[in-house]
Design a protein around this ligand. Structure first.
Ligand SMILES: [Zn+2]
Length: 254
């Protein structure tokens, strides 16, 4: 499996980093993608990328919850550092209207600039969208380029999934721990979503699947999401692993 969204460079893993990694490997995680957040966390991520070369692949981008009055400097940081490394995607980028709307106009500007950058560099994007579905679509429409990527931590309605398929065909949905939650409406319709549209992810250290919900998440827990997906779709775990891994390899060229 490939964990397409792991913040393994987060401080939450400082104490037992090698054990977490060991558990990920033994759970069958063969690679992971590390989404960027902002200038503050960048060095930690790159450190991790160097240590885990060929295993953990970094993306670069300015996260919407890190957009504030210093957004211009932060965006410049992304452009400058893009040239210094090798990145598999632009992300995570997007809009977050749950956290705060104070800088919503700036969030939109930052998101659109990064979408354009991704298009210019022919890279996929990792989209973070929280209580912002329509605004995210509006930004994609304004940019108006045939982009590809993933709607990370997707938990919207079936109608929203259909809309993505229809209007933004280059995108897949990233499925994580939310699928295992009781009363998850995602679980109610996921059997109608072809495996070819799905990427597996954890968002570690957040969005922990059952049975560890409420605790710190880690990449190895991706197996609980994969098992749930297999169960809901009536497929074998092997098939779920094989197809979603292939999807991830294709999307991030890893
Ligand atoms: Zn994330």
């Amino acid at each position: 499996m490939i964990d397409t969204h792991s913040h393994i460079y987060d401080e939450a893993f400082d104490e037992d980093f090698s054990l977490v990694l060991e558990r990920a490997r033994s759970a069958g995680v063969e690679k992971m993608v590390m989404p960027g957040i902002d200038s503050k966390s960048h060095a930690r991520m790159m450190d991790c990328a160097a240590k885990l070369c060929g295993y953990a692949y970094p993306a670069i981008g300015l996260h919407p919850t890190s957009v504030d009055s210093s957004w211009k400097e932060e965006l410049q940081f992304v452009w400058d550092n893009y040239r210094k490394g090798s990145f598999v995607a632009i992300g995570e980028i997007g809009l977050d209207e749950h956290w705060s709307k104070e800088y919503l106009e700036e969030q939109k500007r930052v998101f659109e600039d990064q979408l354009m950058f991704a298009w210019e560099h022919n890279l996929p994007v990792i989209i973070h969208s929280r209580e912002s579905t329509q605004d995210v679509f509006d930004c994609l429409d304004r940019v108006g380029k045939p982009l590809r990527g993933v709607f990370h931590a997707f938990s919207c309605s079936y109608e929203t999934y259909r809309r993505i398929k229809k209007d933004y065909g280059g995108f897949r949905i990233g499925i994580g721990g939310v699928l295992t939650y009781k009363n998850s409406h995602l679980a109610a319709y996921i059997d109608k979503v072809p495996l070819s549209d799905i990427l597996l992810e954890t968002d570690a250290p957040w969005l922990t699947p059952v049975p560890f919900r409420g605790k710190r998440n880690e990449s190895g827990y991706i197996k609980f999401t994969a098992e749930k997906l297999a169960e809901l779709k009536g497929l074998s775990l092997e098939e779920v692993d094989a197809v979603t891994t292939q999807n991830a390899k294709e999307m991030f060229a890893i």
